[in-house]
Design a protein around this ligand. Structure first.
Ligand code: SAM
Length: 357
């Protein structure tokens, strides 16, 4: 079969099916076998593994996953590509679902009840972050072709569903890997994707919060990759860094220059692997924790006291007292707090203000 992750392979499929890359859908196809090999190795794909691939495109990565023995479920938004993929991979262990990954109930797709897994899915009440349009730029491809699939603006929209009821747990044990009881298992599915960049953040949150995956190996913009491992006080530190730390250990697998894609994007990329922890890193309810984190980073330039004031309307004197009781200077900025400080703060805010959902 034609090697789909080469420039010649992509050209052949484009000409055979009269295709053009759709910039609005972030269609930059990987044409570097070496990078693809690194992704498959990093994701540790074994015979029989269940793998979710987001955005198979014309199937370059899908082909590599199938060759490694994976049982692949692929979600593709572009309607035009679905029959092509069905044709190319007829008879293989591939299930293709057409649609927007952000609108999918991943538990239903894998036939796994959501109650048995760690956190709720975002669509069922997870703490979805607001999309930051400045950090979430689409890959700007050289070609700017017509678009006739679903509406990517809609696909990129972040949906914030009703939050789950929160109960206040015992405060965590500080800088250790404390466990949220009871510890629950993931469904041992691996997520692998060369992500369309305009939806990177909500997709990563959805995957992390679903509790379905043992690992998430993704190609993202290099700038976004830096955010996964950024620490307090750095410019890349934000809610994505904290989400990655809360749910996973992050490893940078490879930096990927723009010439590894067709069409060639304007920015470089990187592959990151997130190994999901058996239990979240800190003993704090994730909805409460991320409400506090989003409040703190939503007004990044403001002091914590001012940033939290609009989200927790209990009055500044009480807020200042809560911050001090957590050993946090009310005049500090959110970007200076590590995940343990955020965990303490979110629990204290819930206890003291009763303002949590
Ligand atoms: N996996 C292929 C590769 O590595 O060459 C293609 C990756 S390309 C960067 C991103 C793919 O995601 C495209 O095929 C695009 O159509 C698809 N896509 C874009 N938005 C999507 C969405 N909301 N849900 C599912 N797939 C989407």
């Amino acid at each position: 079969m034609l090697n789909l992750s080469t420039a010649a392979g992509v050209r052949e499929i484009f000409s055979r099916y009269d295709l053009r890359a759709k910039k609005k859908l972030g269609q930059n196809f990987l044409i570097d076998g070496h990078v693809l090999g690194k992704i498959i190795t990093a994701a540790n794909i074994r015979d029989g593994d269940r793998v979710l691939e987001i955005g198979p495109g014309i199937g370059g990565m899908t082909q590599a996953l199938l060759r490694a023995g994976a049982d692949v479920t692929a979600i593709e938004l572009d309607k035009q590509l679905v029959p092509i993929l069905q044709n190319l991979f007829a008879g293989e262990k591939l299930r293709i679902i057409q649609g927007d990954v952000l609108r999918m109930n991943l538990h239903e797709i894998f036939d796994i009840p959501s109650g048995g897994l760690r956190p709720p899915t975002p669509l069922q009440g997870g703490a979805m972050p607001p999309l930051d349009p400045q950090q979430e730029t689409a890959r700007s491809a050289v070609s700017d072709e017509s678009f006739d699939g679903a509406d990517p603006g809609e696909a990129g929209a972040v949906r914030r569903a009703a939050r789950p009821a929160c109960e206040v747990r015992e405060r965590g044990s500080g800088e250790t890997f404390s466990k949220v009881s009871p510890e629950k298992e993931s469904a041992n599915i691996k997520a692998v994707a060369n992500l369309p960049y305009y939806i990177t953040t909500p997709v990563i949150f959805a995957l992390l919060e679903s509790g379905l995956f043992e690992s998430v190996t993704v190609m993202v913009q290099k700038e976004v990759a830096k955010r996964f491992s950024a620490g307090p006080g750095t410019k890349d530190y934000g809610s994505l860094s904290l989400a990655a730390q809360y749910f996973a250990d992050a490893t940078l697998v490879a930096n990927v220059p723009s010439n590894c894609f067709m069409p060639r994007p304007a920015v470089d990329s990187a592959v990151v692997r997130l190994d999901i922890l058996p239990a979240p890193r800190v003993d704090a309810d994730h909805a409460k924790l991320f409400r506090t984190i989003h409040a703190a980073f939503g007004k990044r330039r403001k002091t914590l006291l001012n940033a939290l004031d609009s989200e927790f309307p209990c009055g500044k004197p009480e807020l200042a007292e809560i911050l001090r009781s957590c050993d946090i200077d009310p005049q500090a900025r959110g970007e200076t707090l590590d995940i343990y400080a955020f965990a303490r703060l979110s629990e204290r805010l819930a206890e003291s203000t009763g303002a949590m959902p």
